[in-house]
Design a protein around this ligand. Structure first.
Ligand SMILES: [Zn+2]
Ligand SMILES: [Zn+2]
Length: 110
């Protein structure tokens, strides 16, 4: 009787555990350039520390943000952040973060 529940729980656990690795197996993102930084391109915060990073694709480039809220900032000026990303990948001096970003605020789910 508990078999189905168990399988469902296992499936959940696997999908959580395989999170970062699953990008390797995902064929649908094969054309997108992988995001190489370990920090949010908007606020420079380390990814993963505040929960699962928010990942999306912009013009063939994978982008990862510390959370969904940063996507709003990204959308306001995507060119700026894409340039920042390109500079960061080249090892150029990082630009200053756009704005202070407080994760302790209640509006965050993490
Ligand atoms: Zn962020
Ligand atoms: Zn955030």
């Amino acid at each position: 009787m508990n078999m189905i529940k168990r399988i469902a729980a296992m499936g959940l656990a696997i999908s959580v555990l395989s999170g970062p690795l699953s990008t390797l197996a995902a064929d649908k993102k094969a054309d997108a350039k992988p995001y190489k930084l370990d920090k949010c391109i908007v606020t420079d915060e380390k990814l993963g520390e505040m929960g699962k990073p928010f990942a999306f694709e912009y013009q063939g480039q994978e982008v990862k943000l510390c959370c969904k809220d940063c996507k709003k900032d990204f959308d306001k000026n995507p060119d700026k952040y894409m340039k920042k990303l390109a500079d960061a990948e080249k090892g150029a001096a990082p630009a200053k973060p756009a704005a202070p970003h407080d994760h302790s605020a209640g509006e965050h789910s993490h």
